[in-house]
Structure formats: structure tokens, C-alpha cells
Design a protein around this ligand. Structure first.
Ligand code: KG4
Ligand code: ZN
Length: 404
């Protein structure tokens, strides 16, 4: 049975005074971060906790699904208790519990959903199922007034997607990564560069290590090839970066006679050039997305807005390049603070609050299903392809060193 939030509140016997202080507990376990947070409807984060499994997966060279589920199970109770304790509220004070049920690793999603169901049953509160990518996309609205519609670029370890966001639950997918994701490729290249052999990078994700190594490097030293320039769509591909990186690192190791556990001496320039290549690829697609949406009247003219989120959006070089592009295209640019770009409980609780405030309907039963492969919104990529809008390869010139 579906009820509006208003009807639901009445049915739960909540007074309007109480309604003005509604708070939501959000739980995230879609991949390898166990996150929980409590947010009230004024957007105040009352308490949050995060347990990252990054170090464990770094040692294994990538996320191993059954291990991820195991570690979620081991810490979820502590993570949720800690977020609640920090908020000064208890479970009974929550208006609802929001939990990621799509997309993600099946075993990981199951831990969060089962635990949330258990809590919801215990205190007789509703459950709000949350789409992980929608939550990334709306995260920036916690700190900024960003009216709909806007464009969002989501770049993470699992996805690269560009979408038109017309409402809390209204997404239109313009393009996505065809093969691997930008974060996955950064992680792979960082391993191939052997950055983890340097003590200062040992505990960093591949993306962080590359960002740190790129500091002070020359972004134009290595000519990473432009990818997918003949395809007039908004899709992405990062496999060209991966193959160019693999063969170039091999050549450089030979040229400089690098020992088996060593790092090429030109790693700074190499990493800076890689990030530069990423920025060009992303800007090329975003520019086309803006023009397409304006031509189709999906976005009002002269009101361009871009939100950048997901783990790769932590990267200051790419953030600066996109911000600069937005300024050139007379667009506003928004990105959550880096710690809220990666997976966390705050984005899930905030998405619950957004649904609550928009008076979206929620289910009163606890029958929340997992949907590990759920797409983002309605796919309109074919229309973008048909429009075949020609966009010049952008020139990216960032003068200051933004990576320090
Ligand atoms: O969104 P996220 O936390 O998890 C997924 O849903 O995938 O993204 C993780 C990805 C990893 O591949 C990591 O290397 C990348 O985000 N990442 C970065 C940075 N920090 C994390 N990539 C580039 N620069 C960073 N500073
Ligand atoms: Zn994510």
C-alpha cells in the first residue's frame, strides 16, 4: 500500500509539531563503505559514521564481493549505533529509515537492507528505499540551492553517467561508460605504476594516489589519446586510457631501467597527463549534453547548471577543469565537499529527507527488494546519438597547480 507522507504521518500518530522536526536515519552498504547518518528536514546533519573497507580491498587489488558483505555484517550495528549516539536521538525518534537497495553488489546491499528492515520492524517505522546513484546526484543540494532541472555527471569506481535531473525521482540518462569506470581505471593504473610501493601512498585509493602524485606534474607531458571523438553521443570510455597507460609505463620502465618494484621517474608528469586526459573526455561529453538538452527544451536557455559527484569528483584537477568549462559555457558548477563525493550515509539520509519534503509516496510495508543492476532513470541515449551534435575537442588550460 502506498501512502503520501502526510497521510502516513497521520496514521503513525505524528503531530505537526513533531513533523517540523522530522529526522531520518540513512544506511549505505552498496559497495565497500558502511555508512550511517541522521539528518533532520532542515538539512542539519545530526550524526554520521563511516567504516571504509578500502585498506582491505587495496591489499586484494580490488573489491571482493563476499569479503565486502562480511565486513558490512561485522560493523553495521556499531556504525548505526554511533551515528545515532552522535545525533543525540534514538531510533524511536526517527520518522523513517532510508536504505540503499539499488544498484550495487548484491551481498553488500542485502546487509544494509536486512538490517534496516530489522530496525524498522522493531520501532514500527517506514522504510524508504534509496537509489545509490540518485543519492550521489542530489547530495550537492544539501549545501546549495540547486533548483531542477540540472545536469549531473557521476564518476565513481562503478559508474560514469551523465543525466538530466528534472526532479527528486525524475532522471533521464544521456550517456554512460560503455566498458569500465573512471575510478576502476585509475585504481588499475595506480597499481601498474606501483604507487602503493611508496609508503606515503600505501593507504590511499588508486585515484587519491594518482591525484597526489600528479601534484606539480606537467599535464601535457604525455599525449593520452582522445577517446570516442567520432561518436556523437554522451557515452564514455576509459579503456583507451588504460591501454595507453599500460604500454607507456612499460616503455618508460625500459627506458629508465626501473627496478621491478620501482616507480618510473616521470610518474608526476604521467599522472598529471592522465587527469588532464580524463578532464578533456568528460568536458567533451558534458558540452554535448548541455547543447542537446537546450535544443530539446529540456533545460532552459542561459540557465545551465552542472553537478559533479561520485568518488572521482574528489579530484581537484578534474573539479577545477569542469568548473572552468562551466564558467566558459556560462554554467553554474556544483560539487559536494570531497568527503561527501565518495560513498557515505549522509547522502542516503539526505535523499530520504528530499523524498519526505517532496511528499513522495512511500510504502508502509517493509517489502523492500534489492535491485543490484538497477539503471539510472529513463535512458534517452539513443536520442542523443540521433541528434549527432558535433562538439570540438576542448582545450583545457589550468595555470595554477590545483593538486597541492
Ligand atoms: O563513489 P565511490 O566512493 O565508490 C563507488 O561507488 O564506486 O568511488 C570510489 C572511486 C575509487 O575508484 C577511487 O580511486 C576514486 O573513487 N577516487 C578518486 C579520488 N578519491 C577517490 N579518484 C580521483 N581522485 C581522487 N581524489
Ligand atoms: Zn558511489
Amino acid at each position: 500500500m502506498k501512502l503520501s507522507f502526510l497521510k502516513l504521518s497521520q496514521r503513525l500518530g505524528l503531530s505537526f509539531t513533531r513533523l517540523s522536526h522530522r529526522a531520518i536515519l540513512g544506511i549505505e552498504t552498496s559497495c565497500d563503505d558502511t555508512g550511517a547518518a541522521v539528518i533532520d528536514e532542515s538539512g542539519t546533519v545530526l550524526g554520521e559514521e563511516l567504516n571504509s573497507q578500502m585498506k582491505i580491498h587495496l591489499e586484494n587489488g580490488g573489491v571482493i564481493p563476499h569479503l565486502a558483505a562480511y565486513y558490512h555484517r561485522a560493523c553495521i550495528e556499531d556504525v548505526v549505533s554511533s551515528a545515532l549516539r552522535k545525533s543525540g536521538l534514538n531510533l524511536q525518534d526517527m520518522f523513517a529509515i532510508a536504505v540503499t537497495n539499488k544498484p550495487g553488489l548484491k551481498g553488500s546491499l542485502a546487509v544494509g537492507v536486512e538490517y534496516a528492515k530489522h530496525l524498522a520492524k522493531m520501532v514500527e517505522k517506514p522504510l524508504i528505499p534509496i537509489h545509490h546513484m540518485e543519492a550521489h546526484a542530489l547530495m550537492a543540494r544539501l549545501h546549495n540551492n540547486i533548483p531542477f532541472p540540472f545536469l549531473v555527471l557521476l564518476a565513481s569506481g562503478g559508474h560514469c553517467q551523465i543525466a538530466l535531473v528534472k526532479g527528486i525521482e525524475e532522471f533521464y540518462l544521456l550517456g554512460s561508460s560503455q566498458h569500465n569506470s573512471p575510478g576502476e581505471v585509475l585504481d588499475k593504473i595506480a597499481r601498474r605504476l606501483k604507487l602503493q610501493n611508496l609508503p606515503e601512498y600505501y593507504e590511499m585509493s588508486g585515484g587519491q594516489a594518482i591525484e597526489s602524485m600528479a601534484s606539480g606534474g606537467d599535464p601535457k607531458a604525455y599525449p593520452f589519446p582522445h577517446t570516442m571523438t567520432h561518436y556523437r553521443d554522451c557515452n564514455f570510455s576509459f579503456s583507451g586510457f588504460s591501454s595507453y597507460a599500460t604500454s607507456t609505463i612499460e616503455e618508460e620502465e625500459e627506458r629508465f631501467n626501473v627496478p621491478a618494484d620501482g616507480v618510473i621517474p616521470t610518474a608526476k608528469d604521467f599522472c598529471a597527463s592522465l587527469l588532464h586526459g580524463y578532464a578533456i573526455h568528460m568536458i567533451h561529453r558534458i558540452h554535448r549534453a548541455f547543447i542537446f538538452c537546450e535544443n530539446e527544451n529540456y533545460l532552459p536557455k542561459n540557465e545551465r547548471k552542472l553537478v559533479f559527484s561520485g568518488g572521482v569528483a574528489c579530484n581537484s584537477y578534474i573539479r577545477t577543469a569542469l568548473k572552468q568549462m562551466c564558467s566558459d559555457l556560462k554554467s553554474e558548477f556544483f560539487a559536494p565537499p570531497p568527503r561527501l563525493c565518495t560513498d557515505n550515509g549522509v547522502m542516503i539520509a539526505w535523499n530520504g529527507i528530499e523524498k519526505l519534503k517532496s511528499n513522495a509516496s512511500i510504502s508502509t510495508d517493509l517489502d523492500v527488494k534489492l535491485d543490484p543492476d538497477c539503471p539510472l532513470g529513463i535512458d534517452i541515449g539513443e536520442s542523443v546519438k540521433k541528434a549527432a551534435i558535433k562538439i570540438k575537442i576542448p582545450k583545457v588550460n589550468i595555470s595554477e597547480d590545483v593538486t597541492t
